[in-house]
Each structure stands twice: as structure tokens, then as C-alpha cells.
Design a protein. Structure first.
Length: 301
């Protein structure tokens, strides 16, 4: 097959591993910087053009869209879908998961475990917002934040009010969530491919750090999921319409709760922690599923 990896940085571990895994299986792999693509939007011969040449005869694309380039990246993925090219994740599913508020609302509608979350616009409603999540300590998150950036733990009611007022003063949209103290700075990353958890790891935050992101000094190791955790991860990915997803869970006193559903999950940390060939499993999925007419997003919200 001819497979295109849509990535801005060809040197990234995840991008390199996907190319390596595809080439090992005899596929023609190409890394394309999606922000350098431009599109011919026409009814009869739609095209994606890269470096002056149309990307035609492509069998499948693997989107690795950066959070800051979601709008343009999903437009490129959507153009491939118009051309009837199979995508590991569809444009709508990527957009759905990138909007943290919309993601949580969809998960809530599906009855999937979540931390108690509040959202408001006016600073006049801060006290009620804090009360919704059970008071301080609580977590404040920027809607546009990634890799733990824009996530603040407010230890007191007054600290929470100050941070919320500061963010809203900058016209930043935020979520307020209950602090799951019992998680102890540990979360679980479940890598889901085609409604199956293929690998899972626990990530422990550095000492004194409540965020467990590996980019922030967290450590990872393999973990065995409970049946409820496995089911929660699969249901969360499915609710987003994602075929390939990283689902982040916390172990709370009321069962597993979903913190985030990632449409471009990193491969390096989970491969090294689990010794699972995750990149190879993504290519295996494409081999079995990539075909004309298979892009069928059926999520209605």
C-alpha cells in the first residue's frame, strides 16, 4: 500500500516508528508536512498537492496533527476523505477529541466515568462553579492546553478564584474539575486501536508534581488494567469515533474516570514501557481496514 504519514516533524520518534513499521511490512511510506499541503477543492477531481505534485494513488493516511494546527490539519485530512482515501482517524473524530469541552460532554452523554467538571463564562459565577466540583483543592484547565501546559492545581478557594479570574481576564476558556487526590499523581494511558486496548502503562508524576505527563518528568511502566478500565477506555475512544486513540484514565474512589482522549497519542513512551510494537499494530489495522468507501463517521454530535 501507499501510506502517507501527515506529520510536521519527520524526526519525531512516533513518525519514524510508523514509517519503519510500514516499510518492514513492504508498504511505500511517505512523510508529508500537512501545513505545506494545499488543496484543489473541486467536484470532479479534488486533490491534495504537496511540493507542487498531487498526492494521488494514496491508499491510506495516518494523521499526526499537532494541537496548534488542528484546524488546517483536519482540513487536509478531510480533503483526503473527499478523495475516498482511508484515514486512520477521521477529521471529524480528531476535531471532536481536540475540543475538550465537547469531548467531555459527549463522554457524559454516553455515561462514561468523568471527574466532576464545571464550565462557565462570567467571573460573577466563580463561587457556584467552584461549589459544583466540591470546592478546593480543584484543578483548573485551559481548553487549549496540551502536555500538562495550562493545568493548575488550586489548593484553596481563594487561590482558585484568583486563577480563574486571571485566565478569564485574558479571555481564556477554562474547565474546572474535582481533584482526584487518591490518584496520587498517577494516571493510566490506554492505547486503543479499532476498539481494542493494545497496550497500557501507568505514568507517575515527579515528586511534588500532580501532573503525570512524561514531558514533565513523569515515569512510565507497564500496568495490568481492570476489566472496567479496559471497557472505559474502549467506550471513550468509540464515543469520539476514533480508531486510534490514547485514553488517559485516573483511578478514583468511584471507579476509572477519563481525563482526556488523544487522537495523536505518542508512541515512544508506551512502546518503551510495554515492549509492545504499537506502530506495527497501527499498520496492521490499516492493512485489514483500508479500502475505498470505509470512511464512515456515524457519530451524530
Amino acid at each position: 500500500m501507499k501510506i502517507v504519514i501527515l506529520s510536521q516533524d519527520a524526526s519525531l520518534y512516533s513518525t519514524q516508528r510508523l514509517r519503519e513499521a510500514g516499510e518492514q511490512r513492504g508498504h511505500e511510506m511517505r512523510i508529508v508536512d500537512y501545513v505545506r499541503c494545499y488543496m484543489n477543492i473541486t467536484s470532479h477531481k479534488p486533490a491534495v498537492i504537496y511540493q507542487g505534485n498531487p498526492l494521488d494513488d494514496v491508499d491510506a493516511v495516518i494523521p499526526r496533527i499537532g494541537a496548534s494546527k488542528t484546524f488546517y490539519g483536519t482540513a487536509v485530512v478531510r480533503q483526503f476523505e473527499v478523495m475516498d482515501v482511508f484515514s486512520a482517524n477521521e477529521s471529524q473524530a480528531i476535531s471532536r477529541s481536540r475540543d475538550k469541552l465537547r469531548c467531555l460532554q459527549i463522554l457524559s452523554r454516553e455515561g462514561i466515568g468523568l471527574p466532576v467538571t464545571g464550565f462557565a463564562h462570567s467571573t460573577k459565577d466563580i463561587d457556584g462553579l467552584i461549589e459544583i466540583v466540591g470546592g478546593a483543592p480543584l484543578v483548573i484547565k485551559l481548553l487549549e492546553g496540551t502536555q500538562g501546559i495550562g493545568v493548575v492545581l488550586a489548593e484553596t478557594h481563594q487561590a482558585a478564584k484568583s486563577v480563574i479570574e486571571a485566565f478569564r481576564g485574558l479571555d481564556a476558556n477554562i474547565l474546572v474539575q474535582e481533584f482526584i487526590k487518591e490518584a496520587g499523581g498517577m494516571d493510566i494511558r490506554c492505547f486503543v486501536i479499532n476498539d481494542k486496548v493494545v497496550a497500557s502503562m501507568k505514568r507517575q508524576g515527579a515528586e511534588g508534581e500532580f501532573r503525570s505527563n512524561l514531558h514533565r518528568g513523569g515515569k512510565a511502566e507497564k500496568i495490568k488494567l481492570t476489566p472496567e478500565e479496559r471497557s472505559t477506555a474502549i467506550r471513550a475512544a468509540k464515543a469520539m469515533g476514533l480508531r486510534v486513540a490514547g485514553v488517559d484514565l485516573l483511578r478514583s474512589n468511584h471507579g476509572p474516570v477519563v481525563m482526556e482522549v488523544n487522537s495523536s497519542p505518542g508512541i515512544e513512551g508506551i512502546e518503551k514501557a510495554t515492549d509492545v510494537d504499537v506502530a506495527g499494530k497501527i499498520i496492521d489495522f490499516l492493512e485489514k481496514n483500508a479500502a475505498k468507501g470505509k470512511n464512515r463517521d456515524r457519530i451524530q454530535y
